[in-house]
Design a protein around this ligand. Structure first.
Ligand code: MN
Length: 462
């Protein structure tokens, strides 16, 4: 399908799409718009596209905030409103589809949610555009949804195209080296392929965090994605590298906006060095990237020898017990270690002779235990497993609020803040994996007792 066709199609089938477009059209001239976006590459590029579109279309004054937590907390919104005054619209992009967002309408109206995550309740009063929920086709990246909205409302330019491509790269929507792409992203990729051959061309070079299957080749878009991804955690390197960065995501957003001001043409870029340039923000990004690569190598050594826990329907499950790089001990989200572990999935799989592999990273951090689970070949469900282990920990420690878990089928997280003891988290995790292995075997033998079916459902086993 052509990209334009896909947009028209989605616009017709998905009432959320025209709803959001109309709300933006209805804004008065020179409105003030507040955007809360996710602090990862997809969230940053979503904000980039939305901000530029609102400025072009409405002469809007746009404030962007990208705090370090996935869900937008009421307190965070209230603080922003106190500091920045009145707004004519709040846009929440790439930050989940929570029913709870309806309750924020007492602070600001209207609220527009643009998202591609699984729903957590269903917001009724906010304007919602999330095809994943509404049409159950998985929308690969929020930046792509923002690009579609922008295309519907105004002309987009090569910077919008570039930003959407970076967002898709950040959320693993395509792989130029393996030549794979999520169904939802294919029409867009076809649309930009002739525009940016330089970015998608396969080249030899140091494998990036995105080069998971083939570790001998890469592409410029992967290299650019990795440099910017490292930039999103720049503030954790602030003291270590003596750099003036309050927020990594803001640094990356401002760097991208400066590219536009400087007229750097993404079609002409040949190397990362050219992309970063010699202006202050580019120099900081380059300094951060050098340190990031050093940390990456250190973490590679820490992920060499995983513990094999067992196999579930051809998925070898591996456990890594390792600390993050020093500067990342304070990061309340996956910083570097889980990405290093992801690049090891292929190695563990081959070494163990499994059709698929999953890796569980057990990482003690400053605030508590952070578990990241990756892989699983679509056969085991990382999100459900993390959710279930967190649920069990919550019922064991009902007084502690800092326990939570969940995510996607192939990538999920669990956080158990102190004072939940480390041994308790490890205990629940290992017990759950043991149960998962046993129950899968029992099911495959045709044993379908209600008890076992209940467990299988909790773990997301078919
Ligand atoms: Mn996203």
């Amino acid at each position: 399908m052509r990209y334009q066709r896909q947009i028209e199609d989605l616009y017709e089938r998905n009432p959320g799409f025209p709803g959001v477009v109309q709300a933006i059209r209805d804004l008065k001239q020179n409105p003030r718009v507040l955007i809360f976006s996710h602090h990862d590459l997809d969230g940053i590029t979503s904000a980039f596209i939305l901000k530029r579109m609102l400025e072009r279309l409405k002469g809007a004054e746009v404030a962007v905030r990208m705090p370090q937590h996935f869900k937008l907390w009421e307190q965070t919104l209230v603080e922003a409103l106190e500091q920045e005054g009145r707004f004519d619209m709040l846009i929440i992009s790439d930050k989940g589809t929570f029913e709870y967002y309806d309750s924020l309408l007492k602070h600001i109206e209207p609220i527009v949610i643009i998202d591609h995550h699984q729903l957590d309740g269903r917001p009724q009063k906010c304007l919602l555009f999330n095809p994943t929920v509404q049409n159950s086709d998985y929308a690969s990246a929020c930046a792509l949804l923002c690009h579609m909205i922008a295309k519907k409302l105004t002309e987009v330019d090569r910077y919008d195209d570039f930003a959407a491509l970076v967002g898709c790269r950040g959320d693993f929507a395509f792989d130029p080296v393996g030549k794979t792409a999520a169904e939802f992203t294919k029409p867009f990729l076809d649309y930009v392929r002739s525009e940016f051959p330089n970015l998608l061309e396969v080249r030899s070079g140091r494998p990036t965090m995105y080069d998971i299957v083939d570790r001998t080749r890469t592409a410029l878009i992967n290299q650019i994605g990795e440099v910017l991804q490292a930039g999103t955690i720049a503030h954790f390197y602030k003291d270590m590298l003596n750099i003036d960065v309050v927020s990594g995501p803001r640094l990356v957003l401002e760097f991208l906006l400066e590219l536009v001001d400087r007229g750097v043409d993404p079609k002409q870029i040949r190397t990362v060095r050219e992309f970063l340039g010699t202006k202050p923000k580019g120099v900081i990004l380059s300094t951060v990237f050098e340190q990031y690569k050093e940390d990456w190598d250190l973490l590679e050594a820490r992920t060499e020898n995983p513990v094999y826990l067992g196999e579930v329907r051809g998925v070898g499950i591996y456990l890594l017990f390792a600390r993050e790089a020093n500067a990342m001990e304070r990061a309340p989200f996956p910083a570097i270690l889980p990405f290093v572990a992801s690049t090891k999935l292929e190695v563990f799989k081959r070494r163990g002779g499994h059709p698929h592999a999953a890796v569980i990273v057990f990482c003690p951090k400053e605030r508590g235990i952070h578990i990241s689970m990756r892989g699983g070949g679509g056969i085991i469900n990382c999100g459900k497993i993390c959710f279930e282990v967190a649920r069990r920990l919550q019922s064991r420690y009902p007084k502690y609020s800092g326990i939570g878990g969940g995510g996607h089928a192939r990538a999920a997280e669990l956080l158990a803040d102190k004072p939940v003891p480390m041994y308790a988290v490890m205990h629940e995790l290992l017990f759950a994996i043991e149960q998962l292995i046993e129950v899968a075997k029992a099911l495959d033998r045709g044993e379908l007792e209600p008890e076992k079916l209940k467990l299988a459902e909790a773990f997301g086993l078919e």
